[in-house]
Ligand binder design. Structure first.
Ligand SMILES: [Zn+2]
Length: 147
């Protein structure tokens, strides 16, 4: 396992390299990380708010949030319905498929750029994706999922 200080520096370096703003929030719950954009335009300035990197989980979640900002399909809010953009209430299968695509893209980006991808990071990714898949099943029923 790579030293935590190295992982923390890697998050800073990736944000610098990809032009993503970085806000490290010690008050943030470890699972409260977010990727944000100034507008719904694809070229809008983007930033991530993450918990300090203290372990593998906070590292892979930070990379996931950076992935939302820089992966070509990581942040397709502009494709969502107005209801989904404003209230995160999906109104169509399309809204949900786009959300799942964004999550997949951000996790693939995180895995690709990680200095090391550990089983714990893989489990974290799977657990996070499962929350979106569960929500999709709740809204769409079992038959409407793309996978
Ligand atoms: Zn995500």
């Amino acid at each position: 396992m790579i030293a935590i200080a190295t992982l923390a520096k890697h998050v800073v370096d990736l944000c610098d390299a990809f032009g993503v703003g970085l806000e490290i929030d010690k008050q943030l719950a470890p699972d409260g990380a977010r990727a944000m954009t100034q507008s719904y335009q694809p070229d809008a300035a983007k930033k991530v708010r993450v918990h300090p990197i203290i372990d593998e989980t906070t590292y892979c979640v930070a990379l996931h949030e950076i992935g939302h900002c820089v992966s070509p399909t990581g942040m397709m809010f502009f494709e969502w319905s107005l209801s989904m953009r404003l209230f995160r209430q999906p109104t169509s299968v399309r809204d949900i498929r786009i959300a799942l695509e964004m999550e997949d893209a951000a996790w693939m980006w995180a895995k690709h750029y990680a200095l090391e991808w550990t089983p714990l990071m893989q489990n974290t990714a799977a657990m996070c994706l499962a929350t979106y898949t569960r929500e999709a099943r709740r809204v769409l029923g079992t038959g409407g999922l793309p996978r």
